[in-house]
Structure formats: structure tokens, C-alpha cells
Design a protein around this ligand. Structure first.
Ligand code: ATP
Length: 306
């Protein structure tokens, strides 16, 4: 009974969290961690984003003291640039995103946005400045319109429609008999992974944050959905400082810089062609993904350990 109770209780909490607060759906990720909740420092100040530069400075982190996950990770995302992180499953890619969102604090080193240490700013201001396109978007049992407007509930109808258009959702919405009034979520129309991700992109377009985390879907999409997602992602990441967590390599080629993580360490960084030419870790991941048999796997060409 206890075993049954705990998950149901947790689900109840998640549900209340969504219904009541309607704050940041991304906050739900915080429930996944082992570490105690992060608190604001007594003298925490609101984050002031001027340029929008992100800096990971010799970051060390483990969910548990006996198991380091990230070791001495340093990189910079200049304002408006896109950095994509690649690496085998479990290398620590999503952990970087969780740290930037400050679900956890680093054990050593620092993460800074425009020279402000994340530990010195309020969490609300930090999370207001970052948009997240998660792998699996939460949809509420409500209309598609309200699910989109969740990105900024006070948005006008014209703004919601514009966001849907930029997120390459308009054609899909027009194909539904009830259009924007279609009920979605558990009790309504089930959206595909790609459609849900585009809802998340529309929400981010409405939220209009200076910084962005894209957690690329792990499962493969058909090539039409993939093109639509890539178009929408290009739109949303333009002129925003963007961290892409690339479980596959489809969004990586256009990144300003690619960072290769191997067991929590940065082992290579650079652009697609120069990394391929180095014939190192990145080249191995790339060839692994693009060998003929990888294309045929049910999950598509996902990165996996060697
Ligand atoms: P994938 O591409 O498979 O999503 P990843 O590179 O994003 O992998 P992470 O999710 O960052 O990998 O996980 C890195 C390591 O940290 C993994 O070994 C994982 O088991 C561990 N880990 C992740 N989340 C937690 C957590 N909340 N508590 C404890 N360990 C965790």
C-alpha cells in the first residue's frame, strides 16, 4: 500500500502544483532530484540580464557525494549564441541544463549569467529569464489555445496565433475541426511528441526569455515533423543565448559551438566540420549515428555509449 501511496501522492502533488500555481512547468523537474530544495540566499538580488552571456567556470557536481557526474566543466555561451552539448547517454548533458536552471547547486566552481553567480540571484528572476523546451511537454486537460497561452496567460489572441505560426503549428491546428478550441491532454486529443514539442516552442515564443534551454527529443521523429521542429527551433533560438542538450545530432550542425562531454568532462569543443576532421570523440558519435544500421533502429539514430 505504501508503495502505491507514494507515487500517487507524488502525482497528486504534481497535479496540484500544475493546477494551483500554474507557475513554471519546468519546476516539476525539481521533484526528480535527490538533493534538498535550493533556497534563495538571504541577500539574493534579481538577476539582471544585459547581454545574456552564460559561463560555466570549472564546475564540479554530483547528485551524491560518492559519485561525481561533472568534473571541471568550463565553457562560455556568448550572448545570442547557441552551444550544443553532445555525448553518450549518461555523460551529464541534461545535468548541465538542470544546473543552469538551478535545480541543484554546483559542488565547486560557478555558473554565471552576465557575471552574476546563480547562487547570488533569486530563483524566480532566474527562471523568468530562461525558457525551456523540454523533451516531454506537459499538456493540461484544456483547450489547445489555453495550453499555448500558458506561456504568457495575459497574451492577446493575435500573439498566441503568431506564436503558433512561428512554432510551425498553424497547419496542424487548422486541420482540427475545432481548431484552437480542441481539447487536448489526457482526456482530449493526444498530441504526438513532435506536436507537443512545438507547443512548448510556442510557449517559449510567448514567454520571450533572453535565455533558452532546448532538450532535444530522444525518440526519432518522421522527417516532416523533424523539419517542422528544426524550423521552429531555429526561430525560437535566433538571437537568444541557447543551450541545446542534443541526445541526437539533428540540431547540432547549426550550433556556434559543440561541446563534447565524456563521463562528465569536456573532451572536445568546436564546430561540426572541425570536430569531424579531428576524428576524435565527436567523429565517433557522428559515425555511430550515421552508420546504415543506426537509421533502422526503432528509436532512430540515438547517441549511445560505445
Ligand atoms: P541521456 O542522453 O541519456 O539523457 P545525459 O547525458 O543527459 O543522458 P544525465 O541525465 O545528465 O545524462 O545523467 C548523468 C548521470 O547522472 C547519469 O548516470 C544518471 O544516472 C545520473 N542522474 C541523473 N539524474 C539524477 C538524479 N536526479 N539523482 C541521481 N542521479 C542522477
Amino acid at each position: 500500500l505504501i508503495q502505491l501511496f507514494i507515487p500517487l501522492n507524488a502525482l497528486g502533488f504534481v497535479y496540484r502544483e500544475i493546477r494551483q500555481a500554474l507557475v513554471n512547468v519546468e519546476r516539476l523537474f525539481a521533484l526528480l532530484g535527490d538533493k534538498p530544495a535550493i533556497e534563495d540566499a538571504p541577500d539574493a538580488q534579481p538577476l539582471r540580464v544585459s547581454r545574456g552571456e552564460v559561463c560555466f567556470d570549472r564546475v564540479h557536481f554530483g547528485y551524491r557525494p560518492d559519485r561525481p557526474i561533472l568534473t571541471d566543466v568550463s565553457f562560455r555561451i556568448p550572448a545570442g549564441h547557441t552551444v550544443a552539448v553532445v555525448g553518450a547517454s549518461g555523460a551529464g548533458k541534461s545535468t548541465l541544463a538542470r544546473l543552469l536552471f538551478r535545480f541543484f547547486d554546483v559542488d565547486a566552481g560557478a555558473i554565471r549569467i552576465d557575471d552574476q553567480d546563480l547562487r547570488s540571484v533569486t530563483q524566480d528572476s532566474l527562471r523568468a529569464a530562461i525558457g525551456v523546451v523540454p523533451q516531454d511537454t506537459v499538456l493540461f486537460n484544456d483547450t489547445l489555445y489555453r495550453n499555448l497561452a500558458y506561456g504568457r496567460p495575459e497574451a492577446t489572441e493575435a500573439e498566441v496565433h503568431r506564436a503558433a505560426r512561428l512554432a510551425h503549428l498553424e497547419e496542424f491546428i487548422h486541420s482540427l475541426p475545432e481548431g484552437y478550441e480542441t481539447r487536448v491532454g489526457e482526456r482530449g486529443l493526444k498530441l504526438s511528441g513532435g506536436e507537443k514539442q512545438r507547443v512548448a516552442i510556442a510557449r517559449v515564443i510567448l514567454k520571450n526569455p533572453p535565455l533558452l534551454i532546448l532538450d532535444e527529443a530522444t525518440s526519432s521523429l518522421d522527417s516532416l515533423s523533424e523539419q517542422a521542429i528544426l524550423g521552429a527551433l531555429g526561430e525560437v533560438s535566433r538571437e537568444r543565448t541557447t543551450l541545446v542538450i542534443a541526445h541526437r545530432l539533428s540540431t547540432v550542425r547549426d550550433a556556434n559551438t559543440i561541446i563534447v562531454l565524456d563521463r562528465g568532462r569536456v573532451v572536445e569543443s568546436g564546430q561540426h566540420h572541425s570536430l569531424l576532421a579531428r576524428d576524435g570523440h565527436y567523429a565517433r558519435l557522428w559515425h555511430q549515428q550515421h552508420r546504415p544500421s543506426a537509421v533502422d533502429t526503432p528509436d532512430g539514430p540515438e547517441l549511445s555509449p560505445d
